[in-house]
Design a protein around this ligand. Structure first.
Ligand SMILES: Cc1cc2nc3c(=O)[nH]c(=O)nc-3n(C[C@H](O)[C@H](O)[C@H](O)COP(=O)(O)OP(=O)(O)OC[C@H]3O[C@@H](n4cnc5c(N)ncnc54)[C@H](O)[C@@H]3O)c2cc1C
Length: 523
């Protein structure tokens, strides 16, 4: 199928077998059907039907329990094994993944664990073409990180790279506290210390690097490949790329996965732009990364998340990099207190779409001026945080999402795309205000890899009888689950883009602003 190659000019790493592989017992699912017998009630019903010659009640669907062999992660370590335990996959299988963001990178790793051949195509010339970007909060995505072999529990989560925040505080611009939640508060109230309650924060690029570093065979990543279009044949999909010299490159795969973000070329061709166009959510986000101001506990402790709002403008700040750890370079640019850790701030406010596009185009100096104009007199440490942010680490975007897709739109589409699917922002872009996009992309990647393995796994050597599953059926199941899970997140993220810029953001109460919104709408 597709040729492999590293167009990045990097030294090619030899093709090493993955050290983690999917578990043979649960086939990488992490769970197996429970051997629990029928309940007494079910047994009685069965007996009664049998005695009375009635149709026997159907067997209840199997409940699932964590696989003991892999402790529920779906992965086992084969470093100490002498035998080749690599899973066998049907010949001719090859996945073309478009886009090496968090979602595409995670899918590549999950395919490698399953020995599913793939090529990852990315339009950027190299891994580090873009800057660090912004910080992510890991929530449900933690489960996917475990399934990718990147996290266990507690402080080991994110292989020690994450920061775990312990309190979340809400302020008015004059510094009056109106809400607080998080671990320290629960601790003070004498409740049990619950490590799981901590949110883990990590820079987007750092998380991407963690996943990238786990990929053994880097020659499967083709940098500088911008997808222009695709077409399908009965048993393959063709892709047309352009490299940086605008040279056309043709490749083939058995299926194509569009992980190419909110402006996805794959989605445009598969679903059509008119079916769910970009939707402006009425506000702009300005982001910056600064050396942690030492003038306040809020930033110097590297453990607090806070938001300050005046019912229109909102500033959210979270730990971005630990003291002495890999940073976005804020400390370096300022050349003061190097190594003190970094804070990411995210300022947002309602704005007309045209004005928001114009402001973001003006660049960092104008964005910083706007931030200082709005919040330069707010409580400590906000003015310092804004002032010390290097211009290189300031960016601004109008906020968009798209209407959620329905299952049928995936399997019909403008092209009759049966060999093409989507994940992450390409499938369900959402506003950043609930911190969910990357979490959902990670969950999609694991779900899809599992679905593909049910199709492409070579079942010949399996002892128990198993039925072949068609690609179309597996994709339908994947798309259904993915949409069901992400739909409420898209909706809640769009709502948050609105209510976080109203009085609700500063309502008194030790509850999350999402909970405050839910309470107000239920009243
Ligand atoms: C300010 C901000 C804060 C956020 N905070 C959080 C948070 O706290 N928690 C959270 O979970 N999420 C958060 N998100 C959302 C999250 O970052 C995204 O949802 C997530 O990164 C999506 O990952 P993805 O892989 O689907 O897409 P992307 O990260 O957009 O990656 C797409 C990739 O595809 C490549 N590409 C695009 N077109 C092509 C093409 N034609 N050919 C080849 N390659 C192509 C791109 O270069 C890119 O590398 C935030 C987003 C923003 C903007």
């Amino acid at each position: 199928m597709s040729s492999k190659g590293n167009t990045n000019g990097e030294e090619e790493s030899p093709s090493l077998p993955s050290q983690k592989i999917c578990c043979d017992k649960c086939h990488g699912e992490g769970s197996i059907p429970s051997r629990k017998r029928r309940t007494k009630k079910q047994k009685r019903e069965y007996q009664l039907a049998k005695e009375n010659g009635l149709p026997l009640p159907p067997l209840p669907p199997p409940t699932m329990e964590p696989c003991q062999v892999c402790s529920g992660t779906g992965l086992v370590d084969m470093r100490n094994s002498d035998i080749d335990l690599h899973p066998k996959v049907k010949e001719g299988t090859h996945i073309g993944i478009i886009g090496a963001g968090i979602g595409g990178m995670a899918l590549a790793l999950a395919c490698e664990h399953r020995n599913i051949p793939y090529t990852l195509y990315e339009r950027d010339e190299s891994f580090d073409e873009r800057s660090q970007g912004y910080g992510l909060t890991m929530q449900q995505g933690g489960k996917a990180l475990q399934a990718l072999g990147l996290a266990t529990t507690g402080n080991d989560r994110l292989l020690g790279k994450g920061i775990h925040s312990k309190r979340h505080i809400v302020y008015l611009p004059d510094g009056t506290q109106v809400g607080e939640w998080g671990m320290k508060k629960w601790g003070r109230e004498g409740k049990t210390k619950d490590a799981k309650r901590q949110n883990a924060h990590i820079a987007r690029q750092e998380l991407r690097r963690l996943i990238y570093n786990q990929i053994q065979d880097k020659s499967r990543i083709c940098w500088g490949h911008k997808l222009k279009s695709y077409s399908e044949e009965e048993d393959a999909a063709n892709m047309i790329f352009q490299d940086w010299q605008k040279t056309t490159i043709k490749q083939q795969a058995s299926i194509i996965v569009g992980a190419d973000g909110i402006r996805s070329v794959v989605r445009k061709q598969k679903i059509g732009e008119e079916a769910s166009p970009m939707r402006y959510l009425g506000c702009i986000v300005i982001l910056g990364i600064a050396p942690c101001p030492q003038s306040s506990d809020l930033t110097s402790d590297n453990e607090s998340v806070f938001q300050t709002a005046d019912s229109i403008t909102r500033l959210y700040a979270m730990p971005f990099a630990k003291r002495g750890k890999e940073t976005a370079g804020a400390a370096k640019f300022e050349n003061v207190e190097t190594g003190q850790g970094e804070t990411m701030w995210q300022l947002s406010f309602p704005m007309d779409e045209k004005d928001a596009i114009e402001l973001s185009k003006k660049g960092p100096i104008a964005l910083k001026d706007e931030a200082l104009r709005r919040c330069g007199e707010w409580h400590i440490p906000i003015p310092q945080l804004l002032q010390t942010t290097p211009e290189q680490l300031i960016s601004g975007y109008p906020v968009y999402d798209r209407e959620v897709l329905e299952d049928e739109m995936f399997r019909s589409g403008t092209s009759n795309a049966q060999r093409v699917t989507l994940l992450g922002d390409a499938a369900h872009p959402m506003s950043p205000f609930k911190g969910q996009g990357a979490n959902q992309a990670l969950l999609d990647a694991v779900l899809l890899a599992r679905a593909l393995y049910t199709v492409f796994r070579d079942r010949n050597s399996e002892k128990s009888e198993s039925i072949d599953i068609s690609l179309e059926d597996a994709l339908k199941v994947y798309e259904h689950e993915m949409l069901k899970r992400s739909k409420p997140k898209v909706k809640a993220s769009a709502e948050a883009a609105h209510f976080l810029h109203t009085e609700l953001a500063i309502q008194e109460g030790d509850i999350t602003r999402g909970a405050a919104n839910a309470k107000s709408t239920s009243n």
